[in-house]
Design a protein around this ligand. Sequence first.
Ligand SMILES: [Ca+2]
Ligand SMILES: [Ca+2]
Ligand SMILES: [Ca+2]
Length: 309
Amino acid sequence: MFIKPMCKILLMGMLAAAALTGCSTELEDQPETSADVTEPLKGGSGKLFFAARAGSQSQFDIYFLNLETGKSYQLTDNSDADISPDFTSVGNLLVFSTNRGGSYDIYRMVLPDGGVDQLTTASSDETEPRISQDGKYVAYQSDGSGDYDIWAVNLSDGSTDTLTTEDTQETQPSWSPDGSRLVYVSNRDGDFELFSMAADGTDVQQLTENEVYDAAPVWSPDGGRLAFISKRGQHFQLYLLDLQSGEERQLTDTATTIHSPAWSPDGKYIAYVSESGKSCQLNAYELATGKSYLVTSGFSKYSGLSWKD
Ligand SMILES: [Ca+2]
Ligand SMILES: [Ca+2]
Ligand SMILES: [Ca+2]
């Protein structure tokens, strides 16, 4: 059994409380800091997967929040770091990265309780897995060549392929909705920029060109935009890139560090983590209004969001 009711969580202004052994974070301990958060998110739908840490000493485990019911569930529970969940409803496949075997590797879990299998075994670190929407391929990053590159594993036969070969850092892949392309991050021109490539590694296109750190690109459900983070001031903030026009737009302006953006399945929201010192919360930016809403703040740390139907 992998799904268990989990710890206290704030949603829609209410405490949906369920006790879980070992999950002791008190909601009252979580300071609210993000100045742009106006009210709790209402009317959200789908499932928001995330990695979270319940206390200062514990490692990350994987959870999901059902935005319709307000209930959350714990998917992994161990003393190793389980991070970067991604999900597709095709086959109910969850992929994540964990160091439970020593180095980080990519694992697959069939929900709700269909077991777990290991997709990579190299002694290098394999992290940031992203499953294609059809459930056939998982893209990830590996430092097995001495620097990071983008790889993909074919889930039908377990074969793996490297999609980048540069001697620089290629990280954080994200699939286009139709699975034909991947967007990723590379510092091949000196600092970190966004690039895209065909799913076989050909037809590389550079998408940003500036002197700042661009990271964490995620493709919008309509295929036309990327959400990403960029450090153009004191903190990483949330940005939008229109792939047709090339226009970039800053979405948030907070005194916190923003990371781990994830589109809602309907494309109306971008969830993100807002972090400052010991304070960490999960928010959602509404594109129609420019407002950010509080999704949950019951854990001490959040990362690696994936919001799916
Ligand atoms: Ca490994
Ligand atoms: Ca590389
Ligand atoms: Ca840059």
